[in-house]
Ligand binder design. Structure first.
Ligand code: GDP
Ligand code: MG
Length: 640
């Protein structure tokens, strides 16, 4: 529940994509010999690779890049699309990145736009954004591991978006790979015909060319119109020091030229297209792009651009356009504060820039008596939070303190019209301190998710116990094959975000996989628990707790505080309270100075006098009662 991370400043490596393109790739203009337009729509394919984490998306992307001549084969180019330092260090993909590839098939040249997607649950909104520009997906499944929880999630995403699915088994080179078994799983879980399934080894390059050709033959070209005004939607943005916001745009209709005047849906100002490039994946400047293409567009430092916005030709009517991007749902919130208040402006700037590249975060201003001015930031999950702060440090050299992550709660306020502060009837609470007065709350709600777990049958008992222990209610389960089962549970998000995944992995020796989908807010018996130190409320330590967890959390937190607060000259009482009732109390004994130490011999009256003075002095301090916990101790207390 409460923890804090201190991020120390260390080595900084610049973000590759922020670099200006090299001369060689700027000079290579992308034009086709056959027509004045860059390419015909029927020769464009927009696709993505979707899979459970580690099933080989990035490795396959590397092979595609090599096969189409975008990069030279070799070790130093491994996982080219994972450009962020975080991605390289952790071996995970965080950002969806596009690569436009040229490929000649039956004497015709095709433009294949590959959008690499992140695999972790926290980044599913990156996947969702990527597929809005795609007509098909390579649905990659590890031939050794078989169907995993996220395999199920990405399959339903592709189905929901009506995308052509190319089922592909990867890692068939592994001695333990069992393609026949996994094909049977695909058939039983997704009704995929085994004849449609391709087998590859992304590592060895086996079958990759056939797969590239299946993209051309199986996935349809984008369904867009050329003879209309230019319209595009923004699927990604990032910040460049010199050129301002750069956008990744999917063009729905018309053509876009360098120097063209355009406008945003969100504002009436006119802008000029200053940068137009294909990402291969390094930038290659072009003079024109057409409907169906995915291109990088920049309108200069004042041009703006944000994910989900639409960009239009001046003549286009933009009134009825619905946004193609669904709102993201924040699963955890945490406070971010500058390590030192003097660094506030710099941190503010860094957060704003990073938020441009990571459209999934939500940011609002926050302040804390102990930590000063800062922000309350919403994340998609704990890994997202971790990655955001790591990027803040590595890409922007910003040192920050991160407070206690918590999930958002919702309350229905009694007589909301009377309480001016709460305009609506229902209030989302992202910080326990915002909770309205208990007597004004009619109902509490907590966020729930539907969790999907795929586990070997021998761990069923342990997994069920874990889910029940985390207040889960089971949904019907189904079998994947005779060794694997798919379980579904409705689980409180607060029980999932903290360490559910790690615990699941450890009780199943790493064999179970987990994914979750939002299941909305539902009524729940919640209470706000406060911490008093010598009777004084410590804002940062308040939390919203399920009533069944109250006693346990109260005892845990008070004993932890007792361990970590340094002993003081006066006795310190640490109490966990709910609505004035003390649930748990710990006492930190006063550090007693031996005031009689310098006395020699047995002058009893002198000794008594000194001890009396000492106890009077202490009384005075205790009556002031305001224990000052040093700021650093405070941070330590919140850390673990
Ligand atoms: P991603 O998380 O889906 O992007 O997966 P990666 O591409 O990062 O691959 C995860 C791990 O699987 C890496 O260690 C790869 O080297 C390995 N891998 C990927 N494809 C193959 C393959 O075809 N055969 C074998 N033996 N290993 C592979
Ligand atoms: Mg990857």
């Amino acid at each position: 529940m409460v923890h804090i991370l201190r991020i120390v400043n260390n080595v900084h490596k610049s973000f590759v994509r922020n670099k200006t393109p090299s001369k060689s790739c700027m000079s290579r203009k992308y034009t086709s010999q056959s027509s004045s337009l860059p390419i015909e729509i029927r020769r464009i394919r927009n696709f993505s690779i979707v899979a459970h984490v580690d099933h080989g998306k990035s490795t396959l992307a590397d092979r595609f890049l090599e096969l189409t001549g975008a990069i030279k084969p070799g070790k130093e180019n491994a996982q080219v699309l994972d450009q962020l330092q975080v991605e390289k260090e952790r071996g995970i993909t965080v950002k969806a990145v596009t690569a436009s590839l040229n490929y000649t098939y039956e004497n015709e040249s095709y433009l294949l736009n590959l959008i690499d997607t992140p695999g972790h649950v926290d980044f599913s909104n990156e996947v969702v954004r990527s597929v809005t520009a795609c007509q098909g997906v390579i649905f990659l499944v590890d031939a050794n591991e078989g169907i995993q929880a996220q395999t199920v999630a990405v399959h339903s995403l592709a189905k929901k978006n009506n995308l052509t699915i190319i089922p592909t088994l990867n890692k068939v080179d592994l001695p333990r790979a069992n393609p026949e078994k996994v094909k049977a799983q695909l058939k039983s879980v997704f009704k995929i015909n085994s004849d449609a399934v391709l087998s590859i080894s992304a590592k060895k390059g086996w079958g990759v060319q056939e797969l590239l050709e299946a993209i051309i033959t199986r996935i349809p070209p984008p369904n867009v119109t050329l003879n209309d005004h230019f319209r595009a939607h923004i699927i990604d943005t990032w910040h460049d020091k010199y050129r301002g916001v750069l956008c990744l745009a999917y063009i729905h209709s018309g053509t876009l030229k360098m120097g063209q005047t355009v406008k945003w849906r969100s504002d009436v100002k006119q802008h000029t297209v200053k940068y137009l490039a294909l990402l291969r994946p390094s930038e290659e400047n072009i003079s024109e792009a057409i409907a169906g293409q995915v291109v990088m567009v920049g309108l200069g430092p004042k041009g703006g651009g944000s994910v989900g916005d639409m960009l239009y030709a001046l003549e286009a009517d933009h009134n009825q356009e619905p946004s193609s991007v669904t709102a993201v749902k924040h699963m955890v919130y945490a406070g971010i504060f500058p390590a030192d208040q003097s660094q506030h402006p710099q941190l503010s700037d860094s957060i704003k820039k990073l938020a441009l590249n990571d459209s999934a975060v939500s940011i609002s201003v926050d302040s804390s008596p102990a930590l000063g001015q800062g922000w309350r930031v919403g994340f998609l999950g704990l890994l997202h939070l971790d990655v955001f702060t790591q990027r803040l440090l590595q890409e922007y050299k910003a040192e920050a303190i991160l407070t206690a992550p918590s999930v958002p709660y919702k309350v229905k306020v009694k007589g909301a019209k009377v309480i001016k502060q709460y305009r609506g009837e229902e209030v989302i609470v992202t910080n326990p301190l915002q909770l309205p007065d208990v007597k004004n709350i009619a109902e509490y709600y907590e966020p729930f998710v539907i969790g999907t777990i795929i586990t070997p049958v021998e761990y069923l008992g342990a997994v069920n116990t874990l889910c029940i222990d985390r207040r889960g209610s089971p949904l019907p389960s189904s079998s994947v094959d005779d060794t694997m089962t798919m379980l579904q549970y409705i689980l409180p998000l607060s029980e999932v975000v903290m360490d559910f995944h790690d615990t699941l992995k450890s009780i199943t020796s790493g064999f179970a996989s987990f994914d979750y989908q939002d299941y909305g807010f539902h009524p729940s018996p919640l209470v706000r628990m406060d911490i008093l130190i010598n009777g004084v409320l410590v804002d940062e330590l308040s939390s919203i707790v399920h009533s069944s967890r109250l006693e346990y959390n109260a005892r845990k937190l008070t004993s932890k505080l007792k361990e970590m607060i340094p002993r003081q000259m006066v006795q310190v009482a640490i109490q966990a309270v709910v609505g004035g009732k003390v649930l748990s109390r710990e006492t930190l004994k006063a550090y007693r100075k031996d005031v009689t130490a310098k006395l020699y011999g047995g002058d009893v009256t002198r000794r008594k006098k000194l001890l009396k003075q000492q106890s009077e002095g202490k009384k005075k301090m205790r009556s002031v009662a305001n224990i000052k916990i040093p700021r650093n101790t405070f941070i330590d207390v919140l850390k673990k």
